[in-house]
Design a protein around this ligand. Structure first.
Ligand code: UDP
Ligand code: MG
Length: 344
């Protein structure tokens, strides 16, 4: 019964103007989602390589290109591919929204049991697809590519190593290449991912936190042939701020007062201790009898008390948000069900 409900939910989730077209095909094994931003030259060779690899795999598939507001001939190229090949589907954004929204749009359209994501710039090699499928067959829910050796300029690979190292260390999800665009997902994982901003960089961490089994496979990587990289140096500062978000989301999101309250109480106790010391030092017989208002330490104490109280209040407010945003289904993630009709 539960499964029926889930199936029924699919068309309404897709409830877009082309929803009817989605219903036409019964079942698809593999969806490949490709975010595209100004990659006109790469598209025809990418389409050809993908088609060859997927035909060799021998399963039913669809290619979902998401044109993220390209300003070059990308959409014209996609229209050509769409005309010539009925496995091709295209979603075109009104403007450039970014890679995360492009992936989210692709996921919402994807109907395959397995969903791949891949960059459009020919840096990922579609011949690796069987490797990913093999790992999924072993029982993993998310297989992430590891570009090795990575053929990008040092200005990119070095910050990326620092980023990956920090993320592995702080989140405990040990992957060499978190943000590789080449990944394979089991469908049900995607329904539980909440991606916004630029959180696509942390998909393995978010999936791991929901209890999904995550692994990586080394994949061949090619240098960029056409066009330019869309991500500059700025992404690293943003990436680290996002890491803070992810650390919070995956740890104290559900019990915020435990974080803010603990910080607040420590600060409060320290502050009271410091100020108490100044007062006792002034009045007790064995103290130094310095005037309270002459002691800079007084302000340290006052600040600690104020920080302490506001941390506790922040924690309580977060608990209030948590309370009103409560959704039972988000409290857990189901791996398997054995229901009445599953008995045979
Ligand atoms: N991309 C996108 N929207 C953006 C930026 C990038 O859809 O705003 C796509 C881009 O077309 C490519 C993929 O995301 O298919 C990865 O981008 P890029 O190759 O520039 O990243 P890099 O490999 O340099 O990290
Ligand atoms: Mg690239």
């Amino acid at each position: 019964m539960v499964m029926e409900q889930m199936d029924a939910a699919v068309p309404s989730r897709l409830g877009s103007p082309d929803g009817a077209a989605n219903g036409r095909h019964a079942h698809i094994d593999i969806s490949v989602v490709i975010p595209v931003y100004n990659e006109e030259q790469s598209l025809p060779p990418l389409h050809q390589a993908l088609t060859e690899s997927l035909r060799r795999v021998g399963k039913s598939y669809e290619l979902i290109f998401v044109d993220d507001g390209s300003t070059d001939g990308t959409f014209t190229a996609l229209r050509e591919l769409h005309r010539a090949d009925d496995t091709v589907r295209v979603v075109r954004f009104r403007r450039n929204f970014g890679k995360t929204p492009a992936l989210v749009a692709g996921f919402a359209e994807a109907r395959g049991d397995v969903v791949f994501t891949m960059d459009a710039d020919l840096q990922d090699d579609p011949d690796e697809i069987p490797q990913f499928l093999a790992r999924l067959d072993e029982g993993y829910d998310l297989v992430s590519g590891w570009k090795y050796p990575r053929l990008d300029p040092v200005s990119k690979t070095l910050p990326s190593r620092i980023f990956n190292g920090t993320v592995s260390l702080t989140t405990g999800v040990r992957l060499h290449d978190m943000n590789c665009g080449f990944k394979a997902y089991r469908r049900e994982l995607l329904d539980e991912l909440k991606l916004y901003g630029e959180l696509h960089r942390f998909i393995p961490v978010l999936a791991h936190q929901r209890g999904f089994r995550v692994t990586e496979v080394p994949v061949r990587h090619h240098p960029r042939k056409f066009g330019r990289s869309k991500f500059g140096a700025r992404r690293f500062l943003r990436g680290f701020l996002d890491l803070l978000v992810v650390l919070f989301l995956t740890s104290y999101l559900r019990t915020p007062l435990r974080l803010f309250g603990a910080l607040g109480l420590v600060s409060l106790v320290l502050g009271i201790g410091v100020d108490l010391y100044i007062v006792l030092d002034r009045f007790l017989p064995f103290g130094s009898h310095q005037e309270i208002h002459n002691r800079p330490l007084l302000f340290v104490g006052i600040l600690l008390i104020i920080f302490g109280i506001s941390f506790v209040l922040t924690g309580l407010q977060s608990e209030m948000i948590r309370h009103f945003a409560y959704r039972p289904s988000e409290e857990y993630s189901v791996r398997q069900r054995l229901d009445h009709e599953d008995r045979d």
